[in-house]
Every structure is written in structure tokens, then in C-alpha cells.
Design a protein. Structure first.
Ligand SMILES: *Cc1c(COP(=O)(O)O)cnc(C)c1O
Length: 393
């Protein structure tokens, strides 16, 4: 209640008390996103899995588990974290090109819902380990549909040039092989075409590919119990305050309209960024303002070790000065971190209110692939975390 919120909705007590740099998670935004997902899928045979790699913070993932979502996992560590957070094993999918034996055994021991299998050697190892453990592995074959999601080259996953999945030309052979293996139950097909996708055209193409493949296999008497369309829905990094939620209605409508869903079939989704991206901001303090001949730099105490997306993908994040004493006087700055790498910058030539040593900045839309990608390079500490509203548990 009556706590002071700034113009961007930050609780300033929390912001001022925090030990910078820290992640500020707005649980109201997270809850609104989860409610909207559940509203959109109601009445449809849809299951949404949260991709833990986007943000594995224990509080965040248990909030998400409470909304009844499943989990999409890419390592044994994530399997353990998801179990601890209260996700049901039956609602877990396990993806990744390099699953090791202990990770497969751990997932089999908990009878997770589905392995998303990316190669024939992996298929054979899962079959063998399942046989040794006297169990059956539910699997989906990850198909590389050769669809260009028109996103950054490091976050495109569905074209033939990258390491993920099995090409359509090889799929017949792999499907037959999977059906023949004794300890494998082939449940369906899995796709994931990339990340930060905001245009629906790649998803429409994905639906059309899936429809074609299902026709093809049904002609051979092969029916799939499930189809997993992956994740990748993007968020509005430019306008986080105008669009705190992703366009979930448009996204789910695309599949409702274009995917030919078979009777008794379940459609699975694996969303990461869309669920957690907008609930997180990285709060950082201005250490120095420095002027070179033709540039002004704001040097902050957060670096690429806390949020690597700008350095890794040249990603844009909105930056707000929460405490400037001259909110109406704008200047152009580069906002950079202290790490000894030229790529350690959060923004170039950005208009911001006149900033001074001690000001607090919010780097917005940092809930996904922020804290989860943090490192201790330069022997820095990992960023700390606060939750808003602060009185809720
Ligand atoms: C990373 C990943 C996701 C989630 O991607 P987002 O872009 O965060 O939605 C979903 N499925 C698989 C297999 C992934 O690797």
C-alpha cells in the first residue's frame, strides 16, 4: 500500500535499499502474464511449459509452477530445480543436443513427460538406458523445419545450418527407427524455430509444415499423440511500459487458426522469454560520468557479467534514470559497465536525463536471459535480487 512508486512503477524504497547491481522482479507483471496465458489456452488441448533457462530463480520458478504450467528443461540441474519448485514430472519436457547419461537417467527415474530427441545416437542411448532401468521413455523427435524466424543469427534455431533437430529429409528414417526401438514410446514431433519472434509469419509457416507432416504420416498409419511447437514468442524491448505483456492472444490464435489439431491430440508450447522477460529490471548505480572529446559515458556498477544480452546479441534494452534531478534535460550517453571488454556496454548514443554519480538506472526487460546468464568474470559477485511487491510471500 501507500508506498512511493516512481513514474515507471518502481517502489523507490526497495530500489534505494537494494545492493546494486540487483534484479528487481515485479511479481504483479509475472502474475498478469501467467493469468493471461491460462485465459488464452482455456478450453483448448494446450499445455504450456515454462523454459527454465530463461530464468531459474527459485522464487520465480515456484510462482510459475503454482499457475499449473509444465517445465521445459535443458540440463540435469534444471530437472532438479524444476522438481524442487513443484513442477510435475509428467509435465516436463527435456530438450538439448547433448544430454549426458546421468541426465537421461535422472529424467527416466522421475518418469518425465517427454524427451525431445535431437539425433539418432541420442535416441539409441535413451532406448538403451530406459531398457537397463526397466522403463519406457516417452519421446518426441525434434524436427528442424528449415524456417527462418528472421531474428538474430545466434537465436535462430530452425534453419538447416544450425545444430538443432533432425532435417525433414531424414525424418522418415528416424520415425521408423524410433517406432522399432523396444523401450521408446514415440509420442510425437517437436519444433522450436528461434527466439524473440514478434511476427506471426514464421509460426504460420511452422503450422503449415506440421499439417503437411501429419498428413504424410497418417497416410502411413502413424498418428501422433502430441505436437510440441516450441517457444520463441518475443516481447517489446522498446516499450516495456506500453506493452508489459507479450501479444499472447495473437500468438495462441495463430495456432488455433492455422494448426490442424487432430482428435485427442495435445499441443505443447515452450515459452521462456515471453513469460519472464518483462517482469525483471536490472537496477544499477552510476559510478562515474566521464566525458571524452565527443562522447559522454555513464559508467555503471552493472556489467556484462550481470546482463550479457547487449554484449552477446547486440540486444536493445530500454534504460531509465529513476533518480535524475533533471528529468526534463536530455543528453546523449553511452552507458557502459566496468568489465575489461569493449563489448561491455548497455547502450550507445542513448538519450537520457542528465545523469550524475549516485543516480539509479533501471535496465528494463531483463527478466529473461539476464540473471540466468550471469557470470563471475573479473571475479565479480553475482547480482542480488529483490521482489516487488515486497510484502507478499
Ligand atoms: C530456449 C528454448 C525455449 C524457450 O525459448 P524462448 O525464446 O525463451 O521462448 C523453448 N524450447 C526450447 C527447446 C529451447 O531451447
Amino acid at each position: 500500500m501507500d508506498k512511493e512508486l516512481d513514474r515507471y512503477g518502481f517502489e523507490m524504497d526497495l530500489v534505494r535499499k537494494g545492493n546494486t547491481p540487483f534484479y528487481y522482479y515485479n511479481l504483479d507483471v509475472l502474475h498478469a502474464t501467467l493469468n493471461e496465458i491460462n485465459r488464452q489456452i482455456e478450453g483448448w488441448p494446450f499445455t504450456v511449459h515454462y523454459a527454465l533457462k530463461a530464468n531459474g530463480n527459485p522464487r520465480i520458478i515456484s510462482e510459475i509452477a503454482n499457475y499449473g504450467l509444465g517445465a521445459d528443461l535443458v540440463s540435469g540441474g534444471e530437472v532438479k530445480a524444476a522438481l524442487e519448485a513443484g513442477f510435475k514430472a509428467q509435465e516436463m519436457t527435456f530438450s538439448g543436443v547433448g544430454k549426458t547419461d546421468w541426465e537421461i537417467r535422472l529424467a527416466l527415474a522421475h518418469e518425465i513427460g517427454c524427451f525431445n530427441v535431437e539425433s539418432i545416437p541420442e535416441l539409441e542411448v535413451i532406448d538403451q538406458l530406459a531398457g537397463e532401468m526397466d522403463t519406457t521413455a516417452n519421446i518426441a523427435i525434434r524436427v528442424n523445419p528449415d524456417i527462418d524466424a528472421h531474428t538474430h543469427k545466434y537465436i535462430t534455431t530452425g534453419t538447416s545450418e544450425n545444430k538443432f533437430g533432425i532435417g525433414i529429409e531424414a525424418l522418415d528414417q528416424v520415425v521408423k527407427h524410433a517406432i522399432d526401438l523396444p523401450d521408446i514410446d514415440l509420442r510425437g514431433l517437436h519444433f522450436h524455430i528461434g527466439s524473440q519472434i514478434t511476427q506471426m509469419q514464421p509460426y504460420i509457416m511452422l503450422c503449415e509444415t506440421i499439417n503437411r507432416l501429419q498428413d504424410h504420416y497418417e497416410n502411413q498409419g502413424i498418428r501422433f499423440k502430441m505436437i510440441n511447437v516450441g517457444g520463441g514468442l518475443g516481447i517489446d524491448y522498446q516499450h516495456p511500459d506500453d506493452h508489459p505483456l507479450p501479444d499472447l492472444e495473437q500468438y495462441f490464435n495463430t495456432f488455433k487458426q492455422h494448426l490442424n489439431i487432430r482428435p485427442n491430440q495435445r499441443i505443447h508450447f515452450e515459452l521462456g522469454r515471453a513469460i519472464v522477460g518483462q517482469c525483471g529490471s536490472l537496477i544499477t548505480r552510476v559510478v562515474y560520468v566521464k566525458e571524452n572529446r565527443d562522447k559522454k559515458f555513464i559508467i555503471v556498477d552493472a556489467g556484462m557479467t550481470d546482463l550479457i544480452r547487449p554484449a552477446l546479441y547486440e540486444a536493445y534494452h530500454e534504460i531509465q534514470n529513476l533518480t535524475s534531478r533533471q528529468m526534463d534535460h536530455m543528453e546523449t550517453y553511452d552507458v557502459v559497465g566496468p568489465v575489461c571488454e569493449s563489448s561491455d556496454a548497455f547502450a550507445h548514443d542513448r538519450m537520457l536525463p542528465t545523469s550524475r554519480r549516485g543516480d539509479l538506472l533501471a535496465i528494463r526487460s531483463a527478466g529473461a536471459y539476464g540473471e540466468s546468464m550471469a557470470s563471475t568474470y573479473n571475479m565479480r559477485s553475482l547480482p542480488s535480487v529483490v521482489f516487488f511487491p515486497s510484502d507478499k510471500h
